[in-house]
Ligand binder design. Sequence first.
Ligand code: BES
Ligand code: ZN
Length: 400
Amino acid sequence: MKASKTLITSLLLSLGLVSHSAFASEFVYITTGQDMTTESLVHMKSNHPMEIVKEENGISLIKVHKDSLEDISHVAHEEHKRCGGYIFHNSLEEAQKEMNSTAIKAFAKEVVFADYSLDQEVTVQNLLPEVTEIKIRETILKLSSFKNRYYQSRTGVESQDWLYDLWKSFAPNRSDFTVEKYEHPSWMQPTVIATIKGKSDETIVIGGHGDSIAGFWGRANAKAPGADDNASGIATLTEVLRVLLNSNYKPEKTIQFMSYAAEEVGLRGSKEMARMYKGQNKNVIGVLQLDMTNYNGSSLDILLVNDFTNEAQNKFLGSLIDKYLPGVSWGYTKCGYACSDHASWTGEGFPASAPFEAEKRDMNGHIHTSRDTLDQSDGTADHAQKFAKLALAYALELDR
Ligand code: BES
Ligand code: ZN
């Protein structure tokens, strides 16, 4: 019955007696790797009505009859050793969206966005000694003294206000330096953005999440010091900002520092920022995410997250550690999912990297609890200091 219905349908279609739309519900859309269409699906065309709607960036969007899905699955499994083999979509619009976002992410991971040569040795070597452990420690202690920095709590707003005031105090009279609060429409906590304006519109973003979380019910009242997750990252990038402004560094490119709201509830703050930047066609040439920098849990010091990040920029970070951080060891680790704000930027097509404090399996076990305090890192910011040096070298080398 199934087969004969398909046969009659394709017969009528080929005779032009019915239009495709009359049988629209019989057809669905799939997206799959282009290797599938060129190697395997071509042979199925004779007895399975299908139409390649579009092929782009190695992905094929195909209109197929729903009765063919089982056979396509079989071919995908047998010939390409894939599990599902394709992604199913109910409508062309949905398929198109998936294809675009897959292509955008692949682009953000693979494309080289900047000149990664190391030629600012004098400037970098001059400024590296200015990075202090004590300043980072002070910021971690202050931020973790708020009861929590939850995206929907009074202290979640107050902690971002405190950071806003601190950043402003670094250079109250510089006309090329601004600090602003971006108010999100759906929750209380703002994202704080500091900008050192350069001569060009090329932009470097160094960010981390300012919020913290613990508990489940009544999270707005739960104790969530978030010293490591992520007062450490914010304190790290705050030190980079302080050093740049203190030395009166005048960048060529625009350098922005962001303390995102609402990361712990689904990367919501950074998603809004990245989406907005994409919509405004902002020329972001590099994004560095600092989330958890102060728990020295592995034998290697700095672990570069190698999923949802840009490969070329990750290599650049490795070369910066080798050149400017003697004695600091590094490697790669996988989050396995969109674990922090770098994924928001990658999702919108921007090149992002995320140097992390440990291998994923050696991570700080106290995050998202009332025990995420500085004591878990021996009461110092020694580990985070390495990340501040790396982030400073990153900004200076990328700037020129
Ligand atoms: N700082 C963590 C991400 C993280 C945790 C990285 C452990 C590496 C090891 C981040 O704040 C977080 O908690 N992310 C969530 C996911 C997010 C989409 C809500 C997580 O990992 O569960
Ligand atoms: Zn977290």
